[in-house]
Every structure is written in structure tokens, then in C-alpha cells.
Design a protein around this ligand. Structure first.
Ligand SMILES: N[C@@H](CCC(=O)N[C@@H](CS)C(=O)NCC(=O)O)C(=O)O
Length: 202
């Protein structure tokens, strides 16, 4: 059976869990306690030299990094398809996944950390900067979406799966979508309705 080394709140683990659920794959979840630095123990570093979750183990194969794991799952368990058939479409999915990891997840992580602090402990400059980065990202998503149902066309892909975890917590971060972002809101509602995303319990 597949094994996923996982931390519940990690958005990179969550995006792998969405893909596992979309493909209806059974797997064993192995909790790695990041608060106890278990990801830096020698046994774990043998699985992932970067000392980060998620890690997927499929029989004797060890795969780390959420984007690489999701693409491995797509190739090894191809149905339902979560990647377009044409190379241009696949390129677009990969660029969006990369954008998500580097420009969307980081400001949400920053805001989540700030929201958990008391008002006096918060850094207003960091909050403003993260909110502005998110605002830019949401307009970027609006432009990518255009009139499409999902980010890369009419089908849910690995790109939508990548954004799903942090899209679900925007409300908790006090991010309200202005009317100009109505198409993004419609897409968010579609993502939220998917059983794979609901199963995250966010
Ligand atoms: N690029 C990696 C990033 C994974 C990552 O940053 N995971 C965080 C948890 S959300 C982690 O394990 N951090 C522990 C550490 O850096 O020590 C991926 O996509 O899998």
C-alpha cells in the first residue's frame, strides 16, 4: 500500500492528499511531527535529504516534493486524468503549480502565522505585504481562468489541486474577494464542492 509521510497542516501534504483522493487511492498516513523536528531525524533524512514532508513511498520507490509526487501519481495511476493530453497544456499546469508553491502558498503561510498571534505581537508591515502579494496572485488567477471552468480548461487538473488547500482558508485570513474577482470566487466554490477537497476538513 502507498505510504504518505504527512503533517496535517502542511499545504504541500494537503495538495498530495487531494490528488490521492481524486484518484481514489488507498494509502497509509504516517504522521511526522514537525514540532518535534522529526523531519530532521536520520531515518527521515534517508527518505528526503531536504528533511521536509510530504514523502510518498510506493513499494520500494521513495518520492519527495509535492509537485513531483503528484506527477508520479498521475503517471503511475493515470485515471482519472489530472493532466492535459497536450504538452502545451501540461506546461501550463506545471507553471501554475510552480507559481502556487512560490507565490501563493508563502503569503498565506505568513498570514496564517500572523493571524495566530495576538494583535500586539503582529507585524503590520508583514501583514500588509502578504495581503498585497495575495491580491496580486488572485488577479493573476483571474487572468489565467478567463472564462474557463478550471485553471487549465474544462477539467480539474494538478494545478487546481495545488491551489485548493490554501484557497480554502482565504476567509480565515480575512481575504475578501472584491467584485472584479467574481470569476475567481466561482472557481473557488467549484473547488470547495469537490469531495477530495472537502476531505481535507479545512
Ligand atoms: N517543495 C516542497 C516543500 C515542502 C515543505 O516546505 N514542507 C514543510 C511543511 S509545510 C516542511 O516539511 N518543513 C520542515 C522543515 O523545513 O524543517 C514540496 O513541495 O514538497
Amino acid at each position: 500500500m502507498l505510504k504518505l509521510y504527512d503533517y496535517p497542516d502542511c499545504p504541500f501534504c494537503q495538495k498530495v492528499r487531494v490528488v490521492l483522493a481524486e484518484k481514489d487511492l488507498e494509502y497509509e498516513k504516517i504522521f511526522v511531527d514537525l514540532r518535534k523536528q522529526e523531519q530532521k531525524l536520520p531515518d527521515f533524512l534517508r527518505l528526503n535529504p531536504y528533511g521536509k514532508v510530504p514523502v510518498l513511498v510506493d513499494e520500494d520507490e521513495v518520492i519527495y516534493d509535492s509537485t513531483i509526487i503528484d506527477e508520479y501519481l498521475e503517471e503511475e495511476y493515470p485515471l482519472p486524468r489530472l493532466m492535459p493530453e497536450d504538452s502545451q497544456g501540461r506546461g501550463r499546469v506545471r507553471m501554475l503549480e510552480d507559481y502556487c508553491d512560490n507565490s501563493f502558498i508563502p503569503p498565506t503561510t505568513m498570514l496564517l502565522a500572523q493571524v495566530r498571534k495576538t494583535e500586539g505581537e503582529r507585524d503590520p508591515q508583514r501583514v500588509d505585504q502578504a495581503r498585497e502579494e495575495l491580491r496580486r496572485a488572485l488577479y493573476f488567477l483571474r487572468d489565467r481562468l478567463g472564462a474557463q471552468t478550471f485553471l487549465c480548461g474544462s477539467e480539474f487538473t494538478l494545478a487546481d489541486a495545488a491551489f485548493a488547500p490554501r484557497i480554502m482558508v482565504l476567509g480565515r485570513l480575512g481575504i475578501e474577494l472584491e467584485p472584479a474577482l467574481a470569476s475567481v470566487q466561482t472557481w473557488i466554490d467549484r473547488i470547495r464542492a469537490r469531495p477530495s477537497v472537502r476531505s481535507l476538513g479545512l
